[in-house]
Design a protein around this ligand. Structure first.
Ligand code: GUN
Ligand code: ZN
Length: 452
């Protein structure tokens, strides 16, 4: 994040992290605007307004003509867009090492690039350095909360949690479970995995802003016994943080779907494998879901789980086109994620823009309102954190990104021609990226330097 003038000294306000007033074009979503281009009253936009944060949480959003008193330290982001920090519901920490690798579809890509990169996390020093770099880069790309796949290694989970804790972030992760059909070096066994999960849950779940997710990689890599173990732990009621989450992959690629049919012939479908083991609930996040059918969609809607639609990854691996209109018709919850490293950018603006394109290919127009909702409040809802994340209503965490409307002449020119807020936002969403990030705040605290 580039340097910016120091807080306005003219207020004489006491310096300190407690009460901060950010001035800029404040925008957040109040609800999912649904399909169609009209935000209705779902969007709250306060041009040249004030975003007040106290003790790390939003106190108020005010109009330009209602400035806070001198007890608030002011930071001037006039001419910038102040948005809730983006939430990435599906991203793999070790896979920034393999972004943009040339190769075949999903299953070969896993063997050729992904598993070797994850095996390198066996070295705990490498894992710690990689985890810190990953978290720094999330923030540098405007993402302040994420649901993360680390690796099978217990110390890798510690490393990701620790890196997020250092930044005060909200982050959900858990040990990747895989006891079959993966290279020997990455294979775990159920008894040890259960002990690891239990001790990680005890250590991290509900600590600061961190939460644990049971993380069976995908049905092909998990034995029945392992999925049963997941279900057992999922039903735990730890004292803090509520029940743990579940994250996995489903119905991403046609060869993968065929493979699951061979491995688990008794299941009606790929999703049904997870249903059979009792793994689907309101805290379940399933990446992709491209090849679900209507019965699956109805089931997932009933269970309340969320699909992490990962358009950049789906295009990159040639996996297919996620059908959001069908998901809507079934009442399924959807958020938009990067799925780095099959996704090619950590910037959720790129994910959102790719989501628009994938839907356009299927005759559906995604508005900027809905795309932004899917990477902020919609993703917070999937984590059952909507009361305090992904928006600027009072009491929400003050996770804020100040974005430059324009970072170059072309953006300046195009946005200058926009005839209204939606046109401006939609063009911005497609043209901007992490180079537009001017400042990042986590729980009201500015993350100072641009991470290297
Ligand atoms: N399915 C199982 N593991 C993975 C992974 O690492 N990336 C993607 N895109 N799909 C998967
Ligand atoms: Zn993934």
């Amino acid at each position: 994040m580039s340097q910016h003038p120091a807080p306005d000294p003219s207020t004489g306000a006491a310096r300190g992290p407690e009460r901060v007033a950010l001035r800029g074009d404040v925008l957040y979503l109040r609800a999912d605007p649904g399909p169609g281009g009209d935000a209705g009253d779902c969007a709250h936009f306060e041009p040249d307004g004030w975003l007040l944060a106290e003790g790390g949480r939003v106190a108020a959003v005010r109009a330009a003509d209602a400035p806070p008193d001198a007890s608030w330290r002011r930071e001037d982001w006039r001419g910038h867009l102040l948005l809730p920090g983006f939430i990435d519901l599906h991203v793999h920490a070790p896979q920034i090492d393999v972004m943009g690798s040339w190769g075949e579809g999903l299953l070969r890509w896993l063997e050729d690039f992904t598993y070797p990169a994850e095996a390198r996390w066996a070295d705990s020093g490498h894992a710690a350095r990689s985890a810190r770099r990953f978290v720094r880069q999330l923030l540098a790309h405007g993402t302040t909360c994420a649901m993360v796949f680390p690796t099978v290694h217990r110390h890798g989970v510690d490393a990701v949690f620790e890196a997020a804790r250092e930044q005060g972030m909200c982050l959900v992760t858990g040990k990747v479970l895989m006891d079959r059909n993966v290279p020997e070096a990455l294979r775990d066994d159920v008894a040890q995995a259960e002990r690891d999960c239990l001790s990680l849950i005890e250590r991290w779940h509900g600590r600061d802003r961190l939460r644990y997710a049971l993380t069976p990689r995908f049905a092909p890599s998990c034995s029945d016994e392992q999925l049963r173990m997941c279900a057992r732990l999922l039903r735990m009621e730890p004292p803090d943080g509520g029940a743990p989450y579940l994250q996995t992959h489903v119905a991403e690629n046609r060869d993968e779907v065929r493979w699951v049919r061979e491995l688990v012939p008794r299941s009606r479908s790929y999703l049904d494998v997870y249903e059979q083991f009792g793994l689907l609930g309101r805290r379940s996040v399933l990446a992709h879901g491209i090849w679900l059918d209507d019965v699956d969609r109805a089931l997932l809607a009933e269970r309340g789980g969320t699909v992490a639609f990962s358009p950049s990854s789906n295009l990159y691996l040639g996996s297919g086109l996620f059908d959001w209109a069908r998901a809507d018709a079934a009442g399924m919850r959807v958020a938009v994620a990067s799925d780095v490293g099959a996704g090619t950018s950590l910037c959720q603006l790129r994910s959102a823009a790719d989501a628009c394109k994938v839907q356009a290919l299927q005759g559906m127009r995604l508005s900027a309102w809905r795309a932004l909702h899917a990477v902020t409040r919609g993703a917070a809802a999937a984590l059952e954190m909507e009361s305090e994340l992904g928006h600027f209503q009072p009491g929400a965490w003050a996770d804020v990104v100040a974005w430059r409307w324009a970072a170059n002449e072309l953006q300046e020119h195009r946005l200058g021609l926009a005839r209204g807020l939606h046109e401006r936002l939609y063009a911005w969403l497609h043209l901007a990226d992490e180079r537009n990030v001017a400042a990042v705040y986590v729980a009201g605290r500015r993350i100072q330097a641009r991470p290297s």
